[in-house]
Design a protein. Structure first.
Length: 237
């Protein structure tokens, strides 16, 4: 979508008539697929921020909400995106802000609180991270999603949990029946190069193979030696 602005006295296409010089500046505004902005709810702020960041970056509007912009059109486009993605009760107070940056920061304060509230929230999330463990019967994928979500929430309150630290945490808390494979990952692979998704894939592959083998084993039980676990890991690598 293109907008046509008229200015005087600097580059661009020019018209001359009756001694007047007119400049037309064509500015392209990206509207990608008419996609709908995610709607903020009471419980999805962390996920909402991630989606909004991606969509605003795709439209070259992310800087407008993080550092501000002197371009009124960009500022209003960013403000429009924010107002379209929040509950109705937020529209009036956020729309009254002077810029999209102020509206974004106000929304952040409403959801995360001021400095004191944010510190309390950070401490609470940090305790949850330290105590995280598999629930009874919890699937590998479900735990991985829970861990990833918690790491994302910590980042929102200023605590950066690096990928390597999160992977090490993941391997420390796996259920006992994954202890051998976790040890093999730590021993045979460089965990600084792994992501939570990589570890999940490794564990899921071994789990699936174990289940398949167990179905053909008398009594439905499968016992692997440490060498067999290591062999599976080398094959996966």
């Amino acid at each position: 979508m293109a907008s046509l602005d008229r200015e005087h006295g600097r580059g661009g296409s020019q018209e001359r008539g009756r001694g007047r010089q007119t400049t037309y500046v064509v500015k392209t505004v990206r509207d990608i697929g008419g996609a709908q902005y995610p709607m903020l709810t009471r419980t999805n702020y962390a996920e909402w921020v991630v989606l909004m960041k991606v969509m605003l970056k795709a439209r070259r509007l992310w800087a407008a909400v993080t550092v501000g912009t002197a371009d009124e059109e960009d500022d209003q486009s960013a403000m429009e995106a924010i107002l379209k993605s929040v509950p109705a009760e937020y529209v009036v107070p956020l729309g009254a802000k002077d810029s999209a940056k102020e509206a974004w920061e106000s929304l952040e304060t409403m959801r995360l609180g001021g400095d004191r509230v944010r510190k309390v929230k950070a401490q609470q999330l940090r305790r949850e991270y330290e105590a995280i463990a598999f629930c009874d019967g919890e699937a590998i994928e479900d735990f991985a999603l829970r861990l990833t979500s918690l790491v994302s929430q910590l980042a929102q309150v200023g605590i950066d949990i690096g990928e390597e630290e999160a992977v090490a945490k993941y391997l420390r808390v796996v259920p006992p029946w994954f202890a051998q494979i976790a040890l093999s990952i730590e021993t045979l692979l460089d965990i600084s190069t792994l992501s939570i998704e990589d570890v999940t894939g490794q564990l899921k592959t071994v789990e699936d193979r174990a289940k398949a083998t167990a179905r053909t084993t008398a009594g439905g039980q499968l016992l692997l030696t440490e060498e067999q676990w290591a062999a599976l890991m080398r094959e996966r690598k």
